[in-house]
Write a protein that binds this ligand. Structure first.
Ligand SMILES: Nc1ncnc2c1ncn2[C@@H]1O[C@H](COP(=O)(O)OP(=O)(O)OP(=O)(O)O)[C@@H](O)[C@H]1O
Ligand SMILES: Nc1ccn([C@@H]2O[C@H](COP(=O)(O)O)[C@@H](O)[C@H]2O)c(=O)n1
Length: 234
């Protein structure tokens, strides 16, 4: 898994799965920066399609109506120091896709098989097109479905209480229903993909007793140890 090999065959992929609030996006983004890798937040695409459905007044439980949106889903994403920027057509939806009204129904959209197939194809194209030596890709099915052959696959997790506390700290006064929302989204998402148990060959990093920097270091160390293990001695 050297950079040279990565250039010849596409970037080195670091695949990260895990439940809600486990740190997938924040830890993966920080790890990608430390490694000099690109970063792909796949949940942003599910959120953007959900935003589009709500803009069109579509009931997200209506799978056929959601699938019909895929034809005109002009999704674009870009990552810089401030985070992941998302556009749908001309609209900058970076903030809107994080609104509770989107979080509340995104699992409806994510459970539609045609949606998952279309978005997974798009993720694979984005990964292949990356000019960086590597890319950290995070979501709920990255180690098992999107990139099952990635040289580094991580299940990032933490006890549910700890995940709820971390998420509540982000949301401050409006946190009363945070625990219920996090549990409910995990419950619904887990009906579609298994992100609670590590698949064979996937390394679990449990951050329950790690701070943020220690968790990022655990990811970076794992990638570097895999790189060393894959360098063939001359
Ligand atoms: N090890 C850690 N110690 C302390 N805080 C952490 C740690 N890991 C993540 N966090 C914090 O937990 C919160 C949730 O992290 P993040 O949003 O990255 O999770 P996620 O898995 O992407 O969630 P979701 O799937 O719901 O989008 C963030 O505020 C993040 O900074
Ligand atoms: N690979 C993925 C990524 C996300 N989802 C669905 O999108 C929702 C939002 O994801 P966040 O990471 O931004 O919280 C998530 O709750 C899933 O419903 C997915 O199915 N697969």
């Amino acid at each position: 898994m050297t950079s040279d090999a990565g250039r010849a065959t596409g970037p080195v992929v670091v695949a990260v799965d895990g439940p809600a609030g486990s740190g997938k996006s924040s830890v993966s983004k920080a790890a990608s920066r430390a490694l000099g890798f690109a970063f792909l937040d796949t949940g942003a695409a599910y959120r953007a399609l959900t935003w589009l459905a709500l803009e069109h007044g579509i009931d997200t439980a209506d799978a056929a109506a959601v699938v019909a949106l895929l034809d005109d889903f002009a999704y674009a994403t870009e990552v810089d120091d401030r985070g992941t920027h998302v556009r749908v057509g001309d609209a900058d939806v970076t903030t809107a896709i994080r609104e509770p009204r989107v979080s509340a129904v995104v699992s409806d959209v994510a459970r539609v098989p045609e949606v998952r197939t279309a978005l997974n194809d798009a993720f694979r194209r984005l990964i292949a097109a990356s000019a960086a030596p590597g890319i950290v890709v995070e979501g709920r099915d990255i180690t098992t479905v999107v990139a099952p052959d990635a040289p580094v696959r991580i299940l990032l997790t933490a006890d549910e209480k700890v995940r709820i506390a971390r998420r509540s700290a982000e949301l401050a006064p409006a946190a009363a229903s945070t625990a219920e929302q996090l549990r409910e989204r995990d419950r619904r998402d887990a009906q579609v993909v298994d992100f609670m148990a590590a698949a064979p060959g996937v390394t679990t990093i449990d951050s329950t007793h790690l701070n943020f920097d220690e968790t990022v270091a655990a990811v970076v160390d794992l990638v570097r140890s895999q790189e060393k293990a894959n360098i063939t001695p001359i």
